[in-house]
Design a protein around this ligand. Structure first.
Ligand code: 5GP
Ligand code: MN
Length: 318
């Protein structure tokens, strides 16, 4: 039997790759005549609300689980394990088939069928390469979503996953009337003042280890309150810290609510962030990974940083 009712989902706290690749696949499957729903744990971050069709995305956060029976196919995009999709899990539980399309190392391949390409910059790149006859389906909206997926996961074409294939694909995509400057502005140039206040405080709190090559920043809730910032306002802080010369690893630890903290790890050369994140049951890529833990940044932040530093030394990376 052909699958018809399809649900797409991505990880909690979705990023540009998660949201834009869902919207791209939504358009691809719709054009093939399927009934497609996008259901995520979290709502669409404000910076991606302008994306075509983003208003069809539903969130299950707070127990709002849409009732959908007889789902034939669910597709998990950009997540390496089931626990990364949060409460959207309840929606897809009874799906006949579950497929995963991902580019993370250590994907558990927990489902019926997994397409994992760790060499791909983004899910957008995978979809572009994987979907037969993609050029026949392409229009401005689809090109926009694929472009945003690739652009956000390559750090606007600045990270080492920016391969010749990436440039070949995006040069094709922008032929559909995309304006890279407008897209960039839509995503990155609408920050709130709270972001800048938080950024200022975060920069003041940058600490370096004895080698000077690891930078850590701890952001407790009180810093958000003092800055008038919300969770999404941390977006972009890491990118600023990345500019510091001579560093190998950035550790950003922030409180995300009263009980949970989140760590983002970024490596510049040869430190394996995904290995470090897995020590705390997280995951990600070699150069960008993260984990979420129960705890208080003010109480346990320092010991988490120390544990990471010990591992870095034991692995001979510093
Ligand atoms: P970010 O630090 O921007 O949230 O995430 C960077 C990378 O690490 C992303 O590829 C993301 O999938 C992965 N990552 C972040 N947080 C988690 C987490 O809690 N668990 C897992 N498995 N991966 C994470
Ligand atoms: Mn991704």
């Amino acid at each position: 039997m052909e699958s018809n009712r399809t649900v797409l989902t991505t990880h909690v706290r979705p990023d540009g790759d998660g949201i834009a690749s869902e919207l791209a696949l939504f358009q691809i499957l719709k054009s093939l005549g399927r009934e497609v729903h996008i259901i995520n744990h979290d709502p669409v971050p404000e910076i991606y609300e302008w994306l075509p069709f983003s208003d069809i995305i539903k969130s299950t956060r707070g127990g709002n689980v849409p009732l959908l029976d007889s789902i034939d196919l669910s597709v998990l995009l950009d997540c390496a394990s089931e626990n990364r999709i949060g409460s959207a899990c309840e929606v897809i539980r009874n799906s006949r088939d579950i497929v995963s399309i991902d580019h993370h190392e250590g994907n558990e391949c927990f489902r019926d069928y997994c397409y994992i390409d760790t060499s791909a910059s983004s899910i957008g790149e995978i979809l572009y390469s994987l979907v037969p006859d993609i050029k026949r389906l392409l229009d401005r909206d689809l090109a926009t979503c694929l472009y945003v997926s690739i652009m956000t996961d390559t750090g606007s074409f600045a990270y080492s996953n920016t391969t010749p294939a990436v440039f070949r694909i995006v040069s094709e995509l922008i032929e559909y009337g995309l304006a890279p400057d407008e897209i960039y502005k839509n995503i990155y140039n609408h920050k709130r003042i709270g972001h800048f206040r938080l950024l200022g405080k975060a920069l003041e709190r940058m600490e370096r280890d004895e080698s000077g090559r690891v930078v850590s920043v701890l952001l407790p809730l009180k810093l958000y309150r003092e800055s008038g910032a919300v969770e999404e306002d941390n977006e972009g802080i890491l990118e600023v810290i990345r500019g510091l010369g001579g560093i190998e690893l950035i550790i950003l630890l922030r409180q995300i609510d009263e009980t949970m903290l989140k760590c983002s790890l970024r490596s510049v050369n040869s430190i394996d962030c995904s290995h470090l994140a897995r020590l705390f049951d997280g995951g990600g890529h070699f150069k960008a990974a993260g984990f979420v833990l129960k705890g208080d940044v003010e109480k346990t932040g320092k010991s988490i940083v120390e544990k990471i530093l010990r591992e870095v030394k034991e692995c001979g990376w510093l």
